[in-house]
Design a protein around this ligand. Structure first.
Ligand code: PLP
Length: 360
């Protein structure tokens, strides 16, 4: 089976985890602090606050930026539901923004029209690692606070600025489907020392210093074991991204030759994407579930690409008009891409897809 994704964990991570186990210090030790320093340097941010997941990072980031009941928060419609869940968990309302048909990120014009008098801030997402068009978003958002959800985008950049360095706070995920994994994990990044201090308190029972509690908060800490894995992964980030870029290039060539009817995510000029997910849009009318089943029969792990949040009734956003996100949610297919994948495997996936699509 060619899997959809597979994290590459090397001897560096194994040795680092063993060292933590032997130290007996499983939480709140030096590795989390070292991982935070390394992340901040990597992304070009003054402060990184490591947490237990990308979803926790979103909840804490929004809370630190003052989102609360009655607020509206702009959120791209095409995504894993975490950003909208974070908004709802704080009692606020997600206002969905349709995505651009080419780059699959929240369309700047859709942000402009979704904004209203109760809009507190805008979440922007570098979807599947593809960098958002910062300048255009800043133009249309005109000073509205921004939270960049860079969950998928560590290692991507646009005109020299790393994803994860945009907005008042940016967030990362280290789930195994991401380019860099710590098992579970995430981080908030910011340049503001007060926000950083608030985020540190919010992740640790609302303490500003040991035993000094100033607000009710949960436990969102990252473990030392996870941070040790993250440090090992971070040292290889560029190599991992370069490999993914080579594989994605091969996909683009093979798909153009064999399945020209499929559309790939467009990357803006001047941007480097880490290709966290290799997605294609199937032509309208293609039975995607059947395509996935037949790909599995041919031992290729294809899956659905993402979700349209206006289709998830529990979010209460059914009235949103998001035709592009809906179409990508219906016709988007994720194909295998992982470090250690061979070019022959890429060709095998494309051959399986061509065969599958050509079969009535
Ligand atoms: C855009 C986006 N934000 C947030 C998350 C949540 O990250 P985690 O799974 O680490 O909670 C994901 C996960 O897939 C995501 O794709």
């Amino acid at each position: 089976m060619i899997p959809l994704a597979r994290p590459l964990l090397g001897p560096a991570e194994t040795e680092a985890v063993q060292a933590v186990l032997q130290s007996g210090m499983l939480v709140q030790g030096e590795r989390v602090a070292a991982f935070e320093d390394a992340l901040g340097q990597r992304v070009g941010r003054c402060f990184a606050v490591a947490v237990s997941s990308g979803t926790s990072a979103l909840v804490l980031g929004l809370e630190a930026l003052g989102v609360s009941a009655g607020d509206e928060v702009l959120c791209p419609a095409l995504t894993w539901p975490s950003p909208a869940h974070a908004i709802r968990l704080l009692g606020a309302t997600p206002v969905l923004v349709d995505v651009d048909a080419d780059d699959w990120n929240g369309a700047p014009s859709a942000y402009a029209s979704a904004r209203g008098p109760n809009t507190k801030l805008a979440i922007v997402i570098d979807q599947f690692g593809n960098p958002v068009r910062r300048a255009q978003l800043e133009d249309v958002l005109g000073g509205l606070p921004i939270l960049e959800d860079a969950a998928c985008a560590l290692g991507s950049h646009f005109d020299g600025s790393a994803c994860g360095s945009f907005g008042a706070i940016s967030t990362l995920s280290f789930h195994p489907r991401k380019v860099l994994t710590t098992g579970e994990g995430g981080a908030c990044l910011t340049d503001d020392p007060e926000l950083a201090a608030h985020l540190r308190a919010l992740r640790n029972h609302g303490q500003s210093a040991p035993g000094e509690f100033f607000e009710a908060a949960g436990n969102h800490r990252l473990t030392e074991l996870a941070a040790a894995i993250g440090l090992g992964q971070l040292a290889r980030l560029d190599t991992m991204v370069e490999e993914r870029i080579r594989l994605a290039k091969r996909y683009a060539q093979a798909l153009a030759a064999k399945c020209p009817e499929l559309r790939l995510q467009g990357t803006p000029a001047g941007a480097r994407t880490n290709h966290q997910t290799l997605g294609v849009r199937l032509p309208d009318g293609t039975p995607r579930a059947e395509v996935i089943r037949r790909m599995h029969d041919r031992e290729v792990g294809a899956g659905l690409l993402s979700y349209s949040l206006s289709r998830l009734p529990h979010l209460g956003c059914e009235a949103a008009v998001t035709p592009v996100a809906d179409a990508l949610a219906d016709h988007g297919l994720a194909l295998p891409l992982f470090e250690g994948m061979t070019m022959d495997q890429v060709d095998e996936v494309v051959a399986a897809l061509k065969h599958t699509l050509g079969t009535p």
